[in-house]
Ligand binder design. Structure first.
Ligand SMILES: NC(=O)c1ccc[n+]([C@@H]2O[C@H](COP(=O)([O-])OP(=O)(O)OC[C@H]3O[C@@H](n4cnc5c(N)ncnc54)[C@H](OP(=O)(O)O)[C@@H]3O)[C@@H](O)[C@H]2O)c1
Length: 252
């Protein structure tokens, strides 16, 4: 298999980093399935890619990654249309609270459901389809907040969900190695996206303080370059790795 024409599934490709990942794989000549909850955001994504939409190389679906029925329908659709899955990117993720003891248990549950349990469930549903690929790979979107209690990471539930995701990455890399499926993570620093919501001042300050290499935000294109590398044959022996794309966030 050349590194084009791959069958790729990206959760949350309608905005931010996910939209950058969709662009990266489409530009590489791959076929991309992506989804999110908001139909308008997906329509805006589709408007950017008229040719891939018309040719069926970009498929957008309205769906929630936490919905088991939707996940089953998605995997069944990829199986019937494409017959295999080469790349699964667990990108959809949220920050629903900030603080420590002040975060509600409901926010904790919802955060873990979207950021940790749903990626596991999507890998579980897609594993047989991935196994039909000659070079299958799963890539999970982690965060610089996953492995250190930095004060600039303001949500305890979010940091804990990403720490859990990193262990999920390593555990499943081990478990799926006999089936030839690689499992890796990419951990960005600060990316200017809707995720920061009304906290733009904090975002700018975090970039200034923690991005020690260059005081600039990581872009979706920077993240896509790392994901495309991990999906490539150049990374054929890379599994269980978490690749930091964080301008040195963890170093300072
Ligand atoms: N931005 C950063 O600084 C940063 C840093 C490190 C890591 N990350 C990680 O990178 C990933 C993408 O973040 P981002 O900054 O691009 O966020 P974003 O701009 O808020 O985009 C999130 C995407 O995920 C979708 N999504 C959210 N919840 C979903 C659900 N339950 N089901 C299906 N789709 C869902 C959203 O669409 P709908 O809302 O329409 O569903 C949207 O397409 C996340 O895992 C995040 O934790 C971000």
């Amino acid at each position: 298999m050349t590194e084009t024409g791959r069958i790729v599934c990206i959760s949350g490709g309608s905005a931010g980093i996910g939209a950058g990942l969709v662009a990266g794989f489409l530009e590489a000549g791959d076929r991309v399935y992506t989804f999110g909850r908001d139909a308008e955001k997906l329509a805006r994504l589709a408007d950017r890619w008229p040719e891939p939409v018309a040719s069926g190389r970009l498929k957008t679906l309205v769906g929630d990654v936490t919905d088991a029925e939707f996940r089953a329908r998605l995997i069944a659709m990829i199986a019937s249309e494409s017959g295999r899955l080469d790349v699964l990117v667990n990108n959809a993720g949220v920050i629903l609270a900030s603080g420590d003891l002040e975060e509600s248990v409901e926010a904790w549950r919802a955060t873990l459901e979207i950021n940790l349990i749903a990626p596991f469930a999507l890998i579980q549903s897609g594993a047989d389809l991935l196994e039909r690929s000659p070079a299958p790979v799963v890539i999970n979107l982690s965060s610089a907040c996953a492995d250190h209690p930095f004060a600039t990471c303001t949500s305890t539930s979010y940091s804990a969900s990403k720490a859990g995701l990193d262990m999920l990455t390593r555990r499943l890399a081990l478990a799926l190695a006999p089936r030839g499926i690689r499992v890796n993570g990419v951990a960005p620093g600060v990316v200017a996206s809707e995720m920061w919501g009304g906290a733009m001042d904090l975002m700018v300050e975090t970039v200034r303080r923690r991005h020690v290499l260059k005081q600039e935000a990581v872009t979706p294109e920077d993240v896509a370059a790392a994901v495309l590398f991990l999906a490539s044959s150049g990374a054929r022996l890379v599994t269980g790795a978490i690749l930091n794309v964080d301008a040195g966030y963890r170093l300072g």
